[in-house]
Structures are given as C-alpha cells and as structure tokens.
Design a protein around this ligand. Structure first.
Ligand SMILES: Cc1cc2nc3c(=O)[nH]c(=O)nc-3n(C[C@H](O)[C@H](O)[C@H](O)COP(=O)(O)O)c2cc1C
Length: 175
C-alpha cells in the first residue's frame, strides 16, 4: 500500500464582518482543492458572526482564537498558505502596523517572516476605505507581498440584495 503525501495546510483567518456567516463556502472550496484547513478567528468574530460548531465539524479541528497555554502543543501545523476572509478594517490596519493583540493578527504578522503566500478578501465599507490609515495599510501590506481580492463593501444594492462575495477568489490568488 502506498502512503499518501500529507495535504498542504491552509490557515483561514476569519474577522468580524457580517459576511463571515458564509465562510463555510470558502472552507469547502479549499478542501475540494486538496487543502487541509484550520480556522483562526478573531475574538470579535467568535461572538456570533459565523456558525462555529459547523465550521469545526467541517474542518475536524477546533477553531483557534486565543493563544495556547505555555507547554501546550501547537494545535495546527505551520501553514503552507494563509487566507484572510473576510478581512475587516480593524484587522487590516493592525496587521499593517504590527499590533499583534489577537492571535489572528499575530499569526498574520508572522507570515511575512515565514514567506508563505497570503491572500486577503477585504470586506470594508466605502466610508471606511476612505480613511487615510486604511489606504496606507493597503500600500504597506501589498509591499509585503500580500495578495488582495477586489474591494467589497458589503452594502446592499438598489434591489436590496448584497453583491456576491467571491470566496473562491482567495484560493485563486494563492495559485
Ligand atoms: C453586524 C456587524 C457587521 C460588521 N461588518 C463589518 C464589515 O463588514 N467590515 C468591517 O470592517 N467591520 C465590520 N463590523 C465591525 C467589526 O466587527 C469591528 O470593527 C470589530 O472590532 C472587528 O474586529 P476584528 O477585526 O478583530 O474581527 C461589523 C460589526 C457588526 C456588529
């Protein structure tokens, strides 16, 4: 019997944006593309933004949101790639500034030194994208090699429906 090579490991970082409720779609699409997935969510995102039990059932792993205790084993292997979807105004600005006050942002800060591909799907309103700090953050993160999907404001259109959030785009950006 031949041994199967381990699958590459993808970190999916989830922030507290309303669209996060659909993150299961990204996880399933990643699994279909042969990724093993571990989810890291911000503490705010864990507070009702998505179905945490469903995500844990889908990945077969506990969601990480807080640091492990000293002496505890590392819950996830090191990442082969990282996706941030949805990415909030708050997390993007902290990441660019190096303010590692959540496990999610600390992990993102570390990816620069790890030299792994990182793809981001921002979900930030037009009013917030106008802030100069946000524009500076995008310039800095792009210069760090971070790959960005198209801007998405999440606001309803004239018909009252929200435009589609292209979850799979994050995976395409890793290619
Ligand atoms: C229902 C709801 C939806 C939100 N949607 C967004 C969003 O789409 N984008 C965003 O940047 N912030 C959004 N926020 C605000 C963030 O949740 C807030 O800034 C939070 O501090 C972000 O934390 P995090 O970046 O650690 O996940 C939303 C808040 C609520 C209550």
């Amino acid at each position: 019997m031949t041994e199967q090579a381990p699958k590459p490991f993808l970190y999916v970082v989830v922030c507290a944006a309303g669209i996060a409720a659909g993150v299961g779609r990204l996880i399933s699409a990643a699994q279909e593309r042969n990724w093993e997935v571990g989810v890291i969510a911000t503490p705010a995102a864990m507070n009702g933004f998505f179905d945490t039990a469903a995500v844990e059932a889908l990945t077969g792993r506990r969601i990480r949101s807080a640091w492990r205790r000293p002496g505890d084993p590392r819950p996830f292997p090191p990442p082969d790639a990282v996706v941030v979807a949805p990415a909030t105004f708050n997390t993007l600005n902290k990441w660019a500034a190096g303010l590692a006050d959540t496990l999610a942002v600390a992990t993102l800060c570390e990816t620069y030194g790890m030299r792994v591909p990182v793809a981001v799907l921002p979900c930030v309103s037009d009013t917030l994208t106008a802030h100069p700090a946000y524009q500076d953050s995008l310039i800095r993160l792009r210069a760090m090699g971070v790959r960005f999907g198209e801007p998405y404001a999440g606001e309803p259109g004239e018909d009252g429906g929200r435009p589609e959030f292209r979850w799979e785009r994050a995976l395409d950006l890793l290619a």
